[in-house]
Design a protein around this ligand. Structure first.
Ligand code: ATP
Length: 303
């Protein structure tokens, strides 16, 4: 009988969580952890991260009952390097991140971290090794300090401040009357999209994971805001194996490799310069987004 009620429990929990304003991807994953589909193999050891090399080997995947979205994807990201995944909307970019976090299991092929198949290690150890900076962080109705420390309850005030500095949000917080005790949310301080992303970055700095998934925001930012965020992102990418899920192309220019996902496959791959020379899909996306950035700048100048 308890089996029967589990889905209802889960639904209630998801509802309560959403009501509290937690749509943070990592928090949702933790919740969905309690759904029965992905289980640890009996006796599975924890993941042992050494270099932090991430490999996707001929990965195929489709959501349940849906068409196959990934049709044989290969990625090889050496420890500490950055791969950016770009491609048309719906190509499956965010899906790659979900698979690495083992929100779903691949249908075929495999994903490994330092040679260990994700399905052979505990989910807790896997998720402890991966930090996610989500597209859109919705904050708790609590203090800004709490929101940064979220996920690392044992963090000291000094560590929270250091993380805020690393995410370039310390000055903003310290300018508030109540500093780190300033409340955020409906009746408190309202943060812009960029500021929320900085909170997410600060959280990730506190977690200090060897592997990072940056799920870039979908909306166009003006170049000034974008440049400021990029500087901060580069800071946290340093020394970590990073997958940038780029809905726009701004974060990809310096990536060690850019993979263009289209039609379930890697249609093009190379560095920014190589891909521009190729004059294919990437070059076309780049030209289109350059004009969108100009429009965002014009709108800012008109304000
Ligand atoms: P965008 O740039 O628009 O965010 P994306 O490349 O990140 O797109 P994904 O979010 O990976 O795309 O989605 C790939 C495809 O899978 C889309 O067609 C989407 O509708 C579908 N999809 C995503 N999540 C689910 C899900 N939970 N169940 C079923 N289909 C899904």
């Amino acid at each position: 009988l308890s089996q029967l009620f589990r889905p209802l429990d889960l639904l209630g929990m998801v509802y309560r969580t959403i009501r509290q304003g937690v749509t943070d991807m990592a928090a949702m994953f933790e919740l969905i952890d309690t759904s029965a589909e992905i289980r640890d193999r009996p006796g599975a050891p924890p993941l042992a991260v050494t270099a932090g090399r991430v490999r996707f080997e001929n990965v195929r995947f489709g959501y349940e009952g849906e068409r196959e979205i990934l049709q044989g994807i290969d990625l090889d990201i050496p420890g500490g390097k950055t791969v950016a995944v770009v491609g048309p909307s719906g190509a499956g970019k965010s899906t790659l991140g979900r698979l690495l976090f083992r929100f779903y299991d691949v249908t075929d092929g495999r994903i490994t971290i330092d040679g260990q198949d994700l399905r052979d290690v505990t989910q807790a150890s896997l998720r402890a090794a991966i930090g996610i900076v989500p597209q859109d962080t919705v904050l708790f109705n609590d203090t800004i300090g709490y929101n940064i420390a979220y996920g690392r309850e044992d963090a000291s005030p000094d560590e929270v401040r250091a993380a805020a500095r690393g995410a370039s949000i310390a000055e903003f917080i310290e300018a508030q009357t109540d500093g780190y005790d300033t409340r955020v949310g409906e009746r408190g301080l309202k943060l812009s999209g960029g500021e929320k992303q900085r909170v997410a970055i600060a959280r990730t700095l506190l977690k200090d994971p060897p592997i990072l998934i940056l799920d870039e925001a979908t909306s166009a930012l003006d170049s000034r805001t974008e440049a400021a965020i990029l500087d901060t992102l580069r800071e946290i990418e340093r020394g970590r194996t990073t997958i940038v899920i780029a809905h726009r192309l701004s974060t990809v220019v310096d990536a060690d490799e850019i993979v263009v996902l289209d039609g379930g496959r890697a249609a093009e791959r190379g560095t920014h310069a190589q891909l521009l020379r190729r004059d294919g899909l990437y070059a076309e996306m780049w030209a289109r987004q350059a004009s969108e950035r100009e429009e965002a700048d014009d709108a800012l100048a008109a304000e």
